[in-house]
Design a protein around this ligand. Structure first.
Ligand SMILES: Cc1ncc(COP(=O)(O)O)c(C=O)c1O
Length: 347
Protein backbone atom coordinates (compact mmCIF):
# COMPACT_ATOMS: atom_id res chain seq x y z
CA UNK A 1 0.00 0.00 0.00
CA UNK A 2 1.45 3.35 -1.12
CA UNK A 3 1.49 6.09 1.53
CA UNK A 4 1.23 9.61 0.07
CA UNK A 5 3.28 12.47 1.48
CA UNK A 6 0.07 14.37 2.32
CA UNK A 7 -3.63 13.51 2.52
CA UNK A 8 -6.67 15.44 3.77
CA UNK A 9 -8.50 14.32 6.91
CA UNK A 10 -12.20 14.43 6.06
CA UNK A 11 -15.04 12.63 7.84
CA UNK A 12 -18.74 11.98 7.27
CA UNK A 13 -19.71 15.00 9.33
CA UNK A 14 -17.67 17.29 7.04
CA UNK A 15 -19.41 15.75 4.04
CA UNK A 16 -22.86 16.06 5.61
CA UNK A 17 -22.30 19.73 6.46
CA UNK A 18 -21.28 20.49 2.86
CA UNK A 19 -24.25 18.54 1.45
CA UNK A 20 -26.62 20.26 3.83
CA UNK A 21 -25.35 23.65 2.69
CA UNK A 22 -25.71 22.64 -0.97
CA UNK A 23 -29.31 21.59 -0.27
CA UNK A 24 -30.03 24.98 1.33
CA UNK A 25 -29.41 26.69 -2.01
CA UNK A 26 -27.41 29.44 -0.29
CA UNK A 27 -24.07 28.43 -1.68
CA UNK A 28 -22.17 31.64 -2.39
CA UNK A 29 -20.55 33.72 0.33
CA UNK A 30 -23.05 34.31 3.13
CA UNK A 31 -23.97 33.27 6.64
CA UNK A 32 -21.66 30.21 6.83
CA UNK A 33 -18.64 32.30 5.83
CA UNK A 34 -19.50 34.92 8.47
CA UNK A 35 -19.79 32.24 11.16
CA UNK A 36 -16.53 30.63 10.03
CA UNK A 37 -14.75 34.01 10.22
CA UNK A 38 -16.12 34.58 13.73
CA UNK A 39 -15.23 31.10 14.95
CA UNK A 40 -11.67 31.18 13.60
CA UNK A 41 -11.15 34.70 15.03
CA UNK A 42 -12.35 33.51 18.42
CA UNK A 43 -10.14 30.41 18.27
CA UNK A 44 -7.05 32.51 17.47
CA UNK A 45 -8.04 35.25 19.89
CA UNK A 46 -8.33 38.25 17.57
CA UNK A 47 -10.99 40.78 16.64
CA UNK A 48 -12.05 39.41 13.27
CA UNK A 49 -11.21 38.42 9.74
CA UNK A 50 -12.20 37.81 6.15
CA UNK A 51 -12.55 34.36 4.62
CA UNK A 52 -10.99 34.13 1.16
CA UNK A 53 -10.34 31.56 -1.53
CA UNK A 54 -6.62 30.90 -0.87
CA UNK A 55 -3.72 31.68 1.40
CA UNK A 56 -2.02 33.45 -1.49
CA UNK A 57 -4.94 35.83 -1.91
CA UNK A 58 -5.19 36.24 1.87
CA UNK A 59 -1.65 37.63 1.75
CA UNK A 60 -2.45 39.82 -1.24
CA UNK A 61 -5.40 41.32 0.65
CA UNK A 62 -3.30 41.79 3.80
CA UNK A 63 -0.70 43.69 1.77
CA UNK A 64 -3.42 45.82 0.19
CA UNK A 65 -4.87 46.59 3.59
CA UNK A 66 -1.44 48.01 4.49
CA UNK A 67 -1.45 50.07 1.23
CA UNK A 68 1.66 48.33 -0.07
CA UNK A 69 2.71 49.88 -3.39
CA UNK A 70 5.47 49.66 -5.99
CA UNK A 71 8.69 50.93 -4.43
CA UNK A 72 7.85 49.49 -1.00
CA UNK A 73 9.88 46.56 0.29
CA UNK A 74 8.57 43.45 1.99
CA UNK A 75 11.00 41.15 3.81
CA UNK A 76 10.29 37.43 3.62
CA UNK A 77 12.34 34.25 4.05
CA UNK A 78 13.82 32.64 0.96
CA UNK A 79 12.77 29.29 2.40
CA UNK A 80 9.02 29.39 1.73
CA UNK A 81 6.68 28.41 -1.10
CA UNK A 82 6.65 30.55 -4.25
CA UNK A 83 2.98 31.53 -3.95
CA UNK A 84 3.94 33.91 -1.15
CA UNK A 85 6.36 35.64 -3.49
CA UNK A 86 3.60 35.91 -6.11
CA UNK A 87 1.28 37.65 -3.63
CA UNK A 88 4.00 40.26 -2.99
CA UNK A 89 4.64 40.62 -6.71
CA UNK A 90 0.90 41.25 -7.36
CA UNK A 91 1.36 44.54 -5.46
CA UNK A 92 4.48 45.64 -7.36
CA UNK A 93 6.44 45.89 -4.09
CA UNK A 94 10.01 44.60 -3.95
CA UNK A 95 10.47 41.26 -2.18
CA UNK A 96 13.64 41.20 -0.05
CA UNK A 97 14.82 37.75 0.99
CA UNK A 98 16.15 36.85 4.43
CA UNK A 99 17.81 33.65 5.60
CA UNK A 100 16.32 31.17 8.07
CA UNK A 101 17.62 30.26 11.54
CA UNK A 102 20.80 28.17 11.84
CA UNK A 103 19.02 25.45 13.82
CA UNK A 104 15.56 25.53 12.31
CA UNK A 105 13.39 26.51 9.35
CA UNK A 106 11.81 29.80 10.42
CA UNK A 107 12.98 33.22 9.25
CA UNK A 108 16.02 34.41 11.21
CA UNK A 109 15.31 37.67 13.10
CA UNK A 110 18.91 38.81 12.72
CA UNK A 111 18.97 38.23 8.98
CA UNK A 112 15.61 40.02 8.62
CA UNK A 113 16.84 42.96 10.74
CA UNK A 114 19.85 43.34 8.44
CA UNK A 115 17.54 43.70 5.44
CA UNK A 116 15.47 46.57 6.84
CA UNK A 117 15.71 49.79 4.80
CA UNK A 118 13.78 53.06 4.74
CA UNK A 119 11.42 51.44 2.22
CA UNK A 120 10.61 48.38 4.36
CA UNK A 121 6.86 48.30 4.98
CA UNK A 122 6.39 44.83 6.48
CA UNK A 123 8.08 41.56 7.38
CA UNK A 124 6.34 38.32 6.49
CA UNK A 125 6.91 35.74 9.21
CA UNK A 126 5.78 32.22 8.26
CA UNK A 127 5.66 29.65 11.05
CA UNK A 128 7.22 26.94 8.95
CA UNK A 129 6.14 23.33 9.26
CA UNK A 130 3.94 24.24 12.25
CA UNK A 131 6.77 25.56 14.44
CA UNK A 132 6.32 29.10 15.81
CA UNK A 133 8.94 31.64 14.73
CA UNK A 134 10.78 33.76 17.30
CA UNK A 135 8.03 36.40 17.44
CA UNK A 136 9.47 38.47 20.32
CA UNK A 137 12.55 39.24 18.26
CA UNK A 138 10.44 40.35 15.28
CA UNK A 139 8.12 42.49 17.36
CA UNK A 140 11.19 44.39 18.64
CA UNK A 141 12.04 45.52 15.11
CA UNK A 142 9.30 48.18 14.90
CA UNK A 143 8.22 47.08 11.44
CA UNK A 144 4.67 45.73 10.86
CA UNK A 145 4.67 41.93 11.08
CA UNK A 146 2.37 39.80 8.95
CA UNK A 147 2.24 36.33 10.43
CA UNK A 148 1.90 33.56 7.86
CA UNK A 149 0.04 30.80 9.69
CA UNK A 150 -0.67 28.76 6.55
CA UNK A 151 1.15 25.80 8.12
CA UNK A 152 0.61 26.56 11.79
CA UNK A 153 -3.02 27.20 12.70
CA UNK A 154 -3.44 26.27 16.37
CA UNK A 155 0.27 26.49 17.28
CA UNK A 156 1.08 28.58 20.34
CA UNK A 157 3.86 31.00 21.16
CA UNK A 158 4.28 31.74 24.89
CA UNK A 159 0.77 30.46 25.58
CA UNK A 160 -1.03 32.49 22.89
CA UNK A 161 -2.08 31.31 19.44
CA UNK A 162 0.22 32.30 16.59
CA UNK A 163 -1.64 34.76 14.41
CA UNK A 164 -2.53 36.96 17.37
CA UNK A 165 0.85 38.76 17.46
CA UNK A 166 1.24 40.43 14.06
CA UNK A 167 -0.69 43.42 12.72
CA UNK A 168 -2.33 40.90 10.36
CA UNK A 169 -2.14 37.13 10.02
CA UNK A 170 -2.95 34.89 7.09
CA UNK A 171 -4.10 31.25 6.80
CA UNK A 172 -4.44 28.63 4.09
CA UNK A 173 -7.12 25.94 4.04
CA UNK A 174 -5.69 24.07 1.06
CA UNK A 175 -6.61 20.37 0.83
CA UNK A 176 -3.62 19.04 2.77
CA UNK A 177 -3.28 21.85 5.29
CA UNK A 178 -3.97 21.33 9.02
CA UNK A 179 -7.59 22.44 8.51
CA UNK A 180 -9.07 22.32 5.03
CA UNK A 181 -11.88 23.71 2.91
CA UNK A 182 -10.42 22.24 -0.30
CA UNK A 183 -8.98 25.59 -1.29
CA UNK A 184 -9.37 28.59 0.96
CA UNK A 185 -7.78 31.03 3.33
CA UNK A 186 -8.35 33.81 5.81
CA UNK A 187 -6.87 37.14 6.90
CA UNK A 188 -7.23 38.05 10.57
CA UNK A 189 -6.49 41.24 12.47
CA UNK A 190 -6.98 42.89 15.83
CA UNK A 191 -7.41 46.31 14.23
CA UNK A 192 -10.90 47.61 13.58
CA UNK A 193 -9.52 49.95 10.93
CA UNK A 194 -7.77 47.15 9.03
CA UNK A 195 -10.83 44.92 9.30
CA UNK A 196 -12.95 47.64 7.73
CA UNK A 197 -10.35 48.04 5.01
CA UNK A 198 -10.31 44.30 4.31
CA UNK A 199 -14.12 44.35 4.04
CA UNK A 200 -13.99 47.32 1.71
CA UNK A 201 -11.33 45.72 -0.52
CA UNK A 202 -13.47 42.62 -0.98
CA UNK A 203 -16.76 44.44 -1.62
CA UNK A 204 -16.81 44.06 -5.36
CA UNK A 205 -20.40 45.04 -6.13
CA UNK A 206 -22.95 47.60 -5.02
CA UNK A 207 -20.54 50.54 -4.88
CA UNK A 208 -21.51 54.08 -5.93
CA UNK A 209 -17.92 55.00 -6.77
CA UNK A 210 -15.69 52.62 -8.63
CA UNK A 211 -12.47 51.37 -7.05
CA UNK A 212 -10.47 48.21 -7.67
CA UNK A 213 -11.81 45.46 -5.46
CA UNK A 214 -11.10 41.78 -5.17
CA UNK A 215 -13.55 38.96 -5.53
CA UNK A 216 -11.63 36.48 -3.39
CA UNK A 217 -14.74 35.03 -1.74
CA UNK A 218 -14.86 31.73 0.05
CA UNK A 219 -18.15 29.91 -0.59
CA UNK A 220 -20.65 28.89 2.08
CA UNK A 221 -20.15 25.20 1.36
CA UNK A 222 -16.42 25.60 1.86
CA UNK A 223 -17.06 27.48 5.09
CA UNK A 224 -19.50 24.75 6.22
CA UNK A 225 -16.66 22.25 5.81
CA UNK A 226 -14.21 24.58 7.55
CA UNK A 227 -16.53 24.97 10.55
CA UNK A 228 -16.89 21.23 10.77
CA UNK A 229 -13.10 20.78 10.57
CA UNK A 230 -12.53 23.50 13.19
CA UNK A 231 -14.40 21.37 15.75
CA UNK A 232 -11.68 18.72 15.31
CA UNK A 233 -8.69 21.06 14.98
CA UNK A 234 -7.36 20.40 18.49
CA UNK A 235 -7.71 16.66 18.02
CA UNK A 236 -5.94 16.94 14.63
CA UNK A 237 -3.05 18.69 16.37
CA UNK A 238 -2.95 16.12 19.19
CA UNK A 239 -2.80 13.32 16.67
CA UNK A 240 0.00 15.02 14.71
CA UNK A 241 1.96 15.34 17.96
CA UNK A 242 1.29 11.71 18.87
CA UNK A 243 2.63 10.54 15.50
CA UNK A 244 5.68 12.82 15.86
CA UNK A 245 6.43 11.18 19.19
CA UNK A 246 6.26 7.75 17.59
CA UNK A 247 8.73 8.89 14.89
CA UNK A 248 10.98 10.49 17.55
CA UNK A 249 11.12 7.18 19.42
CA UNK A 250 11.84 5.29 16.21
CA UNK A 251 14.80 7.58 15.48
CA UNK A 252 16.05 7.24 19.06
CA UNK A 253 15.89 3.44 18.75
CA UNK A 254 18.33 3.55 15.85
CA UNK A 255 20.64 6.06 17.50
CA UNK A 256 19.52 9.20 15.62
CA UNK A 257 18.73 12.41 17.45
CA UNK A 258 15.10 13.27 16.60
CA UNK A 259 14.43 16.76 15.23
CA UNK A 260 13.86 19.64 17.65
CA UNK A 261 10.65 21.45 16.80
CA UNK A 262 9.63 23.41 19.87
CA UNK A 263 5.88 23.85 20.32
CA UNK A 264 5.29 22.49 16.84
CA UNK A 265 1.92 21.27 15.66
CA UNK A 266 3.90 19.13 13.16
CA UNK A 267 2.41 20.23 9.87
CA UNK A 268 5.60 18.58 8.67
CA UNK A 269 7.96 16.13 10.35
CA UNK A 270 11.35 17.13 9.00
CA UNK A 271 14.69 15.37 9.47
CA UNK A 272 18.08 16.34 8.05
CA UNK A 273 20.12 13.81 6.10
CA UNK A 274 23.25 13.99 3.94
CA UNK A 275 21.59 13.25 0.63
CA UNK A 276 17.85 14.01 0.52
CA UNK A 277 17.26 12.56 -2.95
CA UNK A 278 18.80 9.26 -1.96
CA UNK A 279 16.58 8.98 1.14
CA UNK A 280 13.46 9.95 -0.85
CA UNK A 281 14.31 7.22 -3.36
CA UNK A 282 14.92 4.62 -0.64
CA UNK A 283 11.67 5.46 1.19
CA UNK A 284 9.93 5.22 -2.18
CA UNK A 285 11.10 1.61 -2.46
CA UNK A 286 9.13 0.99 0.74
CA UNK A 287 6.04 2.58 -0.88
CA UNK A 288 6.32 5.77 1.12
CA UNK A 289 6.34 9.20 -0.49
CA UNK A 290 8.66 11.63 1.23
CA UNK A 291 9.51 15.08 -0.10
CA UNK A 292 11.65 18.15 0.16
CA UNK A 293 9.40 20.31 2.36
CA UNK A 294 10.01 23.42 0.22
CA UNK A 295 10.16 22.83 -3.53
CA UNK A 296 12.75 25.51 -4.28
CA UNK A 297 14.08 28.37 -2.13
CA UNK A 298 13.12 31.71 -3.63
CA UNK A 299 16.64 33.13 -4.05
CA UNK A 300 17.46 30.21 -6.34
CA UNK A 301 14.81 31.34 -8.86
CA UNK A 302 16.82 34.52 -9.36
CA UNK A 303 20.30 32.99 -9.37
CA UNK A 304 21.19 34.92 -6.22
CA UNK A 305 24.37 33.59 -4.63
CA UNK A 306 23.53 30.97 -2.03
CA UNK A 307 26.38 32.23 0.19
CA UNK A 308 23.99 34.89 1.44
CA UNK A 309 21.55 32.19 2.54
CA UNK A 310 23.67 29.45 4.16
CA UNK A 311 20.87 28.11 6.37
CA UNK A 312 18.33 28.07 3.56
CA UNK A 313 20.85 26.19 1.42
CA UNK A 314 21.45 23.76 4.29
CA UNK A 315 17.72 23.12 4.66
CA UNK A 316 17.22 22.68 0.94
CA UNK A 317 20.09 20.21 0.66
CA UNK A 318 19.36 18.22 3.79
CA UNK A 319 15.72 18.42 4.88
CA UNK A 320 13.39 15.51 4.16
CA UNK A 321 9.73 15.53 5.12
CA UNK A 322 8.15 12.25 6.26
CA UNK A 323 4.35 11.75 5.95
CA UNK A 324 2.48 13.02 9.02
CA UNK A 325 -1.26 13.70 9.09
CA UNK A 326 -4.24 12.64 11.20
CA UNK A 327 -5.69 10.36 8.52
CA UNK A 328 -2.61 8.09 8.69
CA UNK A 329 -3.77 4.70 9.94
CA UNK A 330 -1.88 2.86 12.69
CA UNK A 331 -0.68 0.25 10.24
CA UNK A 332 0.61 2.98 7.91
CA UNK A 333 2.52 4.58 10.79
CA UNK A 334 4.01 1.17 11.54
CA UNK A 335 5.01 0.78 7.89
CA UNK A 336 6.70 4.20 7.99
CA UNK A 337 8.58 3.37 11.21
CA UNK A 338 9.82 0.05 9.79
CA UNK A 339 11.01 1.84 6.65
CA UNK A 340 12.77 4.56 8.69
CA UNK A 341 14.65 1.87 10.63
CA UNK A 342 15.78 0.15 7.43
CA UNK A 343 16.62 3.25 5.36
CA UNK A 344 18.33 5.24 8.10
CA UNK A 345 20.45 2.23 9.11
CA UNK A 346 21.55 1.72 5.54
CA UNK A 347 23.76 4.82 5.18
C1 LIG B 1 3.73 29.20 4.29
C2 LIG B 1 2.68 29.33 3.22
N1 LIG B 1 2.11 30.52 2.98
C3 LIG B 1 1.15 30.66 2.05
C4 LIG B 1 0.72 29.61 1.28
C5 LIG B 1 -0.30 29.84 0.20
O1 LIG B 1 -1.51 29.19 0.47
P1 LIG B 1 -2.50 28.70 -0.71
O2 LIG B 1 -1.94 27.47 -1.29
O3 LIG B 1 -3.80 28.46 0.01
O4 LIG B 1 -2.61 29.81 -1.68
C6 LIG B 1 1.28 28.36 1.49
C7 LIG B 1 0.83 27.24 0.64
O5 LIG B 1 1.29 26.24 0.46
C8 LIG B 1 2.28 28.21 2.49
O6 LIG B 1 2.86 27.03 2.72
Amino acid sequence: MRIPHSRPSINEEDINKVVSNLRSGKISSGEEVKLFEQEISKYIGVLGGIGVNSGTNALHLALNALDIKPGDEIILPSYVCASVLSAINYTGAKPVFADIEPNGYDIDPESAANKISKNTKAILVPHMFGTPANLDKFLELNVPIIEDCAQAIGAEYKGEKVGSFGILSIYSFYATKVLTTGQGGMVLTNSNKLLEKLRDLTKYDGRMNYRISYNYSLTDFQAAMGRSQLKRLDSFINRRREIAKIYDNTFKEIGWIPPKAENSIYFRYVVEVDDVDQYIEEMNKHNIDCAKPVFRPLHQYFNIDGEEFPNTERAQNKAISIPIYPSLKDKEIKQICEAIKKVWSKF
